[in-house]
Structures are given as structure tokens and as C-alpha cells.
Write a protein that binds this ligand. Sequence first.
Ligand code: TRP
Length: 326
Amino acid sequence: MAQQVILSGMQPTGSLHLGNYEGALKNWISLQDDYEMYCCIVDWHSLTSLYDKTEVLKDQIFQMAVDYVAAGLDPEKCAIFVQSQVKEHAELHLLLSMVVPTPWLERVPSYKEKSKSLGLDSYGFLGYPLLQAADILLYRANFVPVGKDQLPHIELTREIARRFNGLYGEVFPEPQDKLTKFAAVPGTDGNRMSKSYGNHICLSDTPEETANKISKMFTDPQKLRKGDPGRPEICPVFTLHQIYSSKEEIEKIDRDCRSGALGCVADKKHLAENINKALAPIRARAAELRANPDTVWDILRDGARKAGEKAGETMQMVREAMRLMQ
Ligand code: TRP
């Protein structure tokens, strides 16, 4: 049987942070052996908010591609590519826009929230989830690995697939979400890690930057000095230990924090060491790639060629189903 297809997408925000890595990328890496996989850097989606700062995009795409490959996405196994390099995304988006009622887009939760809070009111911003549906349907994807916040977009994609198939005949499978199991990674302030909060640790940070950020992390506010008993369950430093430290270390930290024997300064130093150890191989590969930018652009070009083959095939099916000229 042919392999099932996975399409994943991320906006090019530059070097990945630990939240992107633990929450999404690791999952993608674990899927690449068993699926026909497409990893799309969605630069057109970024334009919905970055349309007046486009000069940063190219470098952000580059840095993200570096981290993808350095972390273990294998360009031999999956197509890593930039959305705008496969023009069929735009064609499918346009054709779908003819059959999708505007209220379907107006009621998407991310639209309602963000158009207010960020003051985004463009036609393209309303079409954000439609462009995402086009990304997914263009590869006739069976699964989409996403976090919970994206579920309404996947649901909408299924509705769009059903509508298209009902109008013109079966072209698209209805894609299913593949939810990431990983708990949210906390940032240095204890909130979810996100570049927009400025509480992130990047894969590309140096070991010193990493240690420095961790040294300033939020901890249990009732534990003011070594000797005070702490509560690991409310401490983001401890949450990160649960990802980056061994079971034995975690048990000892839990015990010694509660008793007061362990102070936050030493505990943070320990965490920084473990994170830096875990990231060292990724950082070394990333440094090599940054020193050879042509390798990275070649990977993206090759990925766009592979993705373009599949996209071209789908668009032939779409044009034929819609009785358009080829
Ligand atoms: N909306 C997604 C996000 O913000 C990014 C995205 C665009 C995407 N196209 C996609 C995710 C297709 C999965 C599949 O995370």
C-alpha cells in the first residue's frame, strides 16, 4: 500500500526555540520514516502580519531551515520547502476561495481574536485558514501534526474538502489531526514559551546565553534563598528539568528543593548544563550549515521540486474535476 501523506507547516520565525523543537519538530522527525512527508515553511502566511517588514523573511526562512536539518529532519526522507516556491499553493487557494462561504472564515476563532487584538483587517488575513487548507489539500494529506490551537483550522479544512468533493467529485481525502502529545514548554517567565513573549531559549543561542537566560528564570516566589522549602510543581525550572534531566536527577531535585537543601542558583546551573549538553550536537550541525549556506538553499530548492511534483499532480486532478483548462 502507498504510504500515507503528512503535511506540516510552520511560519518562518527564524531560529527555533525549545517550545517549537519539543512541541512540534521532534514529532515531525519521528514521523518522517513512516510517511510521505512534506514540511512547509509558510512564508505567505507570515505576510498576514509581516507585510510591512518583509526584509526579515529571507533570513528567518534560512535560520529555520538550518534548525530543521540540524535537529534531524532528513531532506532525503521528507521534502523541506518554502510555500512561495510552489506556486500551486496560490492557485488552489484561489480556486477554493470560490466555493468557501465567507462566514466559514469569519467564525474561525483565531480570526475573531487576532483581527481585534492585532488590528489585522486585510482580505489575506481573513483567508489565512483557507490558505492553510490549500497547503494541506494540495498534497492530499491524510494527517497534519499540530497543536491544539490549530484544531479549528483542520476541522475547517475537512469541511472545505467535503464541499469540494461534493461539488466536483472525490479529489481530496479528509485530513486528520495528529495532536502532539508533549506538554507545553514553559518560557523563562513561566508562561508558554513564545517569541512574542520574549521568554524563549533558542536552539541557536550560545551555551552562555542559555545559562544566562536560565539564571534569570522565574521560580517559586516563596523560595527566596537556599534553605527555604520550594514547590517544584509550580516552578518552570523544574518543568524543564523534566524534559532535559534524567529520572534520578529529577527525583533528587524534587526532594532537595522541597527540603530546602537545594538552592535555585545551583539548580539553574544544573539545568543549563543539561540543556546545553542536549543541544550540543544540534548546535554543532547548525554551525556547519550556517557556514555553508548554499547547502541549505539547495535543500530548499530540492524540497520545492519534490513538493512541486505532488502539487502539480493534485492541481491536474483539481482542474480536471472543475472542468478548467489544463
Ligand atoms: N497556522 C499554522 C500555525 O500557526 C501554520 C500553518 C500554515 C500550518 N499552513 C499549515 C500548519 C498547514 C499545519 C499545516 O502554526
